[in-house]
Design a protein around this ligand. Structure first.
Ligand code: SF4
Ligand code: SF4
Length: 436
């Protein structure tokens, strides 16, 4: 079934007209910084979305008359990084607007047959079933570990097919999948200070198992009992960002049913992209819908792992790490959740760690969900600029707070051959838990 209608609340006139055209967001916008085009700025995109909104409200024009190729192109090129929200003095909720614009595009615009089938499958079916993710992961693991990838790279076939860049962005598949941990409960080390439900993500369970394991260890070391609910599902972020609102709502319903809120002090995630969506589950439902209240309570209980640990207080002993590190803000942590200090505070708690501020760390690295696959060229341009700034810090390790950013930055390290480590904040904390 195609999940491409627009369900739940939609932006109203005031959501668009809140933009006073001041332009304070322009310099914060990665795509405006790249191309210097008003149509690829937040202000320009809002104008285009407003015109589509007005044309729908005021005329009987056919959908294809309202959604032009140009409109789709400018909306597709937006990273949905929400840096414009942070910069905006007028409180424009850009993420909400662009997600609805994308939902409208999915409903009214005819993409190629192939793009339509692939997008429908990925955003609705693939992400919803762990067996699809595990099967695909096994195929890719074979490709990576059997030597096929090395051969394909060596004989240049990936270049001929135009797949070389995408191949570099392919995450290494884990030997063990974190899906095996679903349904487990992990006891705290020492007296229990909190009981948390761990939200483990979807694709991260086959590409970031070690990060998930490290997250559990760090939480346990700080007195948390950690439960990994068995039937949890993808958060729906990728689908919502791509305009598949119904699919995102289905994911939300599954998680609302699976996480028993009264049993936990918090729902904890290590993925800023997921956390941002989980904290906005109530935006997927209108106040009249039966899910709204539970979605609001779910959102209120969700915490990024760095936010949670900083609030709870880090009590486990940390051993010195003689390392120079720099921190890249994840857009959905900084701009989506307004969390800037918590990860830095945790990093500063590690003895001897030399934390160097990264110039322009608030600008997107170009990962942005599936952006590095769908807009590879722009993504690589942003990555090149990011790596330039990272190199100016002379850091041995790059730290961030979102699996997607980790993958992108690892690709940057490989492309530039800088030999740096790229880790999540909790992975560094996990390393500092032992004296080795
Ligand atoms: S979400 Fe990011 S890329 Fe999109 S308009 Fe805002 S700042 Fe620019
Ligand atoms: S900063 Fe806000 S109000 Fe000003 S142009 Fe950008 S979106 Fe509009």
């Amino acid at each position: 079934m195609a999940h491409n209608s627009i369900s739940g609340p939609s932006p109203v006139y005031e959501d668009y007209t809140r933009c006073i055209h001041c332009g304070l967001c322009l310099n914060a916008c990665p795509t405006y910084r790249l191309w210097n085009l008003e149509a690829d700025s937040p202000r320009g995109r809002i104008q285009q979305m407003f015109r589509v909104f007005q044309s729908e409200a005021n005329s009987q024009a056919q959908p294809e008359a309202r959604i032009s190729d140009g409109f789709v192109d400018h909306i597709d090129k937006c990273l949905d990084c929400r840096a414009c929200e942070t910069a905006c003095p007028s409180g424009v909720e850009f993420g909400k607007l662009v997600e609805h614009a994308r939902a409208r595009i999915e409903r009214e615009y005819e993409r190629s047959w192939f793009a339509h089938v692939v997008r429908n499958f990925f955003f609705c079916d693939f992400l919803s079933a762990s067996h699809f993710i595990e099967d695909a992961a096994r195929v890719f693991r074979f490709y990576q570990r059997s030597g096929m990838q090395a051969v394909a790279r060596g004989i240049g076939i990936l270049k001929m097919l135009g797949l070389a860049e995408r191949d570099r962005l392919l995450p290494p598949i884990d030997r063990e999948f974190f899906f095996n941990r679903f349904g487990s409960t992990f006891a705290p080390v020492g007296p229990r200070r909190a009981r948390v439900a761990f939200f483990a993500g979807c694709i991260a369970n086959v590409t970031f198992s070690e990060l998930n394991e490290a997250t559990v260890r760090v939480l346990r070391a700080n007195g948390c009992e950690v439960v990994v609910p068995r039937e949890q599902s993808c958060c729906g972020a990728l689908s919502a960002h791509a305009g598949y609102r119904d699919a995102a709502r289905d994911f939300a319903r599954k998680n609302l049913a699976e996480f028993r809120l009264d049993d936990f002090d918090a729902i904890v995630t290590n993925a800023a992209g997921c956390g941002s969506t989980l904290k906005e589950y109530h935006h997927l439902f209108s106040a009249r819908e039966p899910e709204y209240e539970l979605a609001s309570a779910f959102a209120a209980k969700t915490r990024d792992v760095t936010e949670f640990l900083a609030e709870l207080g880090f009590t486990a002993k940390l051993y010195p790490l003689r390392h120079r590190v720099t921190y890249q803000d994840s857009c959905h942590l900084l701009h989506g959740q307004k969390i800037r200090e918590a990860p830095r505070r945790l990093l500063r708690a590690i003895p001897n760690l030399d934390l160097v501020e990264l110039p322009y760390s608030e600008i997107c690295c170009g990962s942005a969900g599936t952006y590095n696959v769908t807009q590879t060229e722009a993504s690589l341009q942003l990555l090149a600029e990011k790596m330039h700034h990272i190199q100016s810090t002379v850091a041995q390790t790059i730290v961030t707070a979102n699996p997607g950013c980790i993958l992108q930055l690892r690709a940057g390290v490989a492309l530039r051959n800088t030999n740096q480590n790229v880790l999540h904040v909790v992975e560094l904390l996990d390393r500092a838990l032992s004296s080795d």
